[in-house]
Design a protein around this ligand. Structure first.
Ligand SMILES: C[S@@+](CC[C@H](N)C(=O)[O-])C[C@H]1O[C@@H](n2cnc3c(N)ncnc32)[C@H](O)[C@@H]1O
Length: 309
C-alpha cells in the first residue's frame, strides 16, 4: 500500500508549541520516498504517545550496554536504519564525534518526536533524520558505499523482507565497513518462577507478530542474513536485557514488558481470539510476580555483525 507523500507542514510536533517547520529547517530532514508509509507489514507497537514513551524509557535502560557492545573507535560515519525516536542514533553520533548520524525512519510521527528530542537535548548537530522505507533505502547516489557503520536495532522483526534491508545496509557501507544487526528472538525470553497464565499469554503475544507479518524469531537469523546479503559475518553475541528482584533497573524492565503486552491486547484478543478475561488476569499475575523477592527475567537481544568484503 502506498501512503501519501509527507510534507514538513503535515507533521505535528508532539507536546511542543514550536512549529515543526522550525525543526525541519535545522535538521536537514528530507523526504525522498513517496511510499515511505508502505505497510506490507504493520509495525506492531505503533507510534502512539504511550508507545513513544515506552520506547524512549527502554532506550534509557539499554543504550549504554549497546554502545559498549558497539565499541566505536571515534571518527565513524554512521547510518542508523529504523531509527525510531533517534536516541540511540544520537548516542552513537556523540560517541563517534564525526559525521552527523543519518537516521532512516518510515514514520513521520517518530521523526517529528525524534527531532524534538534531539533539539531538547542540544543534539541537532549530531544527527539527521530522513523519511523512508528501510527496504528501499533513500540514499543519494553519492552516499552509497561511504558509511563506516550501518546499524539497525529492533527493526528487522517488523519488516516483511529483512534481507532487502540488510542488502541495502551492506551496499551503504564502504568496503571493510561494519554492518551491525540487533534484534529479538522472543523464544528465549524466560521468567522464573513463572507466573500463572504466563506461557499462553507470551505465546499469544509472540504469534500476534506473525498475524501482522512481523517475525518474532528474527534474532536467530541475523548471521545468516549477513551472509545472504554478501557480508562476511565476524561476531555474534547476546546483549543482556533482563534483571531480577533487587536490581534498580528491574522495575523498568518489568514495566516495559507490561506495556508491550497491554498495547498488543487488541491484536491478541481480536486477531488471536485470546480470552479477554484470561488476558487481564495473566497480565495482573505478571504485575504481582514482578514484586516478588525472587523474580527473575532472563533475556538477551541477539546481536550480529559483519563487514563488507
Ligand atoms: C522498535 S522501534 C526501534 C527504534 C530504534 N531503532 C531503537 O532501537 O530505539 C522500530 C522502528 O522502526 C520503524 N519502522 C518499521 N518499519 C519500517 C520500515 N519498513 N522502514 C523504516 N522504518 C520502519 C518504526 O516506525 C519504529 O520507529
Amino acid at each position: 500500500m502506498t501512503g501519501p507523500r509527507v510534507e514538513a507542514a503535515d507533521v505535528q510536533c508532539l507536546s511542543d508549541p514550536t512549529p515543526c517547520s522550525e525543526y525541519w529547517s535545522i535538521s536537514a530532514f528530507v523526504v525522498q520516498n513517496s511510499d515511505m508509509a508502505s505497510e506490507d507489514s504493520t509495525y506492531i507497537h505503533g507510534t502512539r504517545p504511550e508507545e513513544q514513551r515506552r520506547l524512549s524509557a527502554m532506550n534509557e535502560t539499554i543504550n549504554d550496554s549497546f554502545l559498549r557492545e558497539l565499541n566505536l573507535q571515534g571518527g565513524e560515519c554512521i547510518l542508523d536504519v529504523g531509527s525510531g525516536l533517534g536516541q540511540f542514533s544520537r548516542a552513537m553520533g556523540r560517541a563517534a564525534k564525526a559525521c552527523r548520524v543519518l537516521g532512516i525512519e518510515r514514520s513521520s510521527e517518530q521523526i517529528a518526536q525524534a527531532i524534538k528530542m534531539a533539539a531538547d537535548a542540544g543534539d541537532m548537530d549530531v544527527v539527521d533524520f530522513r523519511g523512508g522505507d528501510a527496504m528501499n533505502l533513500a540514499l543519494n547516489e553519492d552516499e552509497w558505499g561511504t558509511f563506516d557503520l550501518a546499524h539497525t536495532r529492533f527493526l528487522l522483526e517488523h519488516v516483511h523482507d529483512p534481507l532487502a534491508v540488510v542488502k541495502g545496509m551492506v551496499k551503504a557501507v564502504k568496503v571493510g565497513g561494519r554492518v551491525v544487526l540487533a534484534d529479538d528472538d522472543h523464544q528465549i525470553f524466560r521468567l522464573w518462577p513463572e507466573p500463572p497464565g504466563w506461557a499462553s499469554l507470551w505465546e499469544a503475544y509472540v504469534h500476534s507478530y506473525e498475524k501482522l507479518a512481523n517475525d518474532p524469531f528474527v534474532g536467530r537469523r541475523l548471521v545468516s542474513l549477513l551472509h545472504q546479503a554478501g557480508a562476511k559475518p565476524t561476531r555474534n553475541t547476546l546483549v543482556f536485557f533482563g534483571g531480577c528482584s533487587g536490581q534498580p533497573i528491574f522495575d523498568r524492565h518489568a514495566k516495559n514488558i507490561n506495556d508491550i503486552l497491554a498495547m498488543a491486547k487488541k491484536t491478541i484478543v481480536e486477531e488471536m481470539f485470546f480470552d479477554e478475561l484470561y488476558f487481564d488476569q495473566s497480565l495482573a499475575h505478571f504485575g504481582e510476580w514482578a514484586k516478588r523477592p525472587d523474580s527473575a527475567m532472563w533475556y538477551g537481544i541477539s546481536w550480529a555483525e559483519g563487514v563488507r568484503v
